[in-house]
Design a protein around this ligand. Structure first.
Ligand code: C5P
Length: 220
């Protein structure tokens, strides 16, 4: 028995986390948010007090990274050192720190192994795994591979609706800065061979979830 692997990549604000989680729920699958792991590791490095611009110092904190993720889409949590950090990893401070750790090859290699072991450990009929390099690096042999996109305008509008307490301009600036930094590390703007592009610009949330579910059903 091998669970169906659904790999979903996309830029910030594409809706991939909420869409992937809802699709996993609809399918009765597990759900793995890999961005949450990069965020959790960035938080761990910050907590260890290391200089994030020093790759060697950041890499030295890998062995003490005690991470746990809930892969049940109905009970999603992220723990570091046994403490629930699901909310803390979404703070602007952590979001701004992730790029420093995500570009370090040793960190990526470590997390890629972790993501693969979570996929292998799924006891559901399938698992939706979402991030930036899932279709290309983490699970290039996934049965379903999707690049979820939307125009930059649509992504910025969605993100500013989510974030309160800061101007739309500031949100837009942060989003495009993060995409720029991330694009230097992995290419998630163009679909690799065999990857289906799903453009959600003109779809609402439910329609996008439905489109993912249909792609999974069509692959069976
Ligand atoms: O998806 P999310 O916005 O939570 O990801 C946070 C950050 O983690 C991204 O901006 C990126 O730097 C990093 N990331 C990554 N590879 C992944 C998932 C996330 O480099 N597969």
């Amino acid at each position: 028995f091998r669970p169906v692997v659904v790999a979903v990549d996309g830029p910030a604000g594409s809706g991939k986390s909420s869409v992937s989680r809802a699709a996993a729920r609809a399918l009765g699958f597990d759900y793995q948010d890999t961005g949450a792991a990069y965020r959790a590791f960035a938080l761990h490095a910050v907590q260890e007090g290391v200089d994030l611009t020093s790759s060697a110092a950041v890499v030295a904190t890998l062995p003490t990274f005690d991470y746990e993720i809930g892969i049940d889409p109905g009970d999603h949590f992220v723990k570091v050192g046994g403490v629930d950090v699901s909310e803390e990893i979404r703070t602007p401070r952590v979001t701004a720190s992730v790029a420093h750790v995500a570009k370090i090859p040793e960190v990526r290699a470590f997390l890629v192994e972790l993501f693969r072991s979570v996929i292998a450990g799924s006891s559901k009929p399938g698992i939706v795994t979402e991030g930036r390099d899932i279709t290309t690096v983490v699970a290039p042999d996934a049965q379903v591979r999707i690049l979820l996109t939307a125009t930059e305008e649509a992504r910025m509008a969605r993100r500013s609706a989510e974030i309160t307490g800061q101007s739309a301009e500031e949100t837009a600036r942060q989003l495009s800065k993060r995409d720029q930094q991330d694009s230097k590390v992995v290419d998630f703007m163009t679909a690799a061979e065999g990857v289906t592009t799903l453009d959600s610009t003109h779809l609402d949330f439910d329609q996008t979830v439905q489109a993912v579910v249909e792609l999974v059903r069509a692959s069976a």
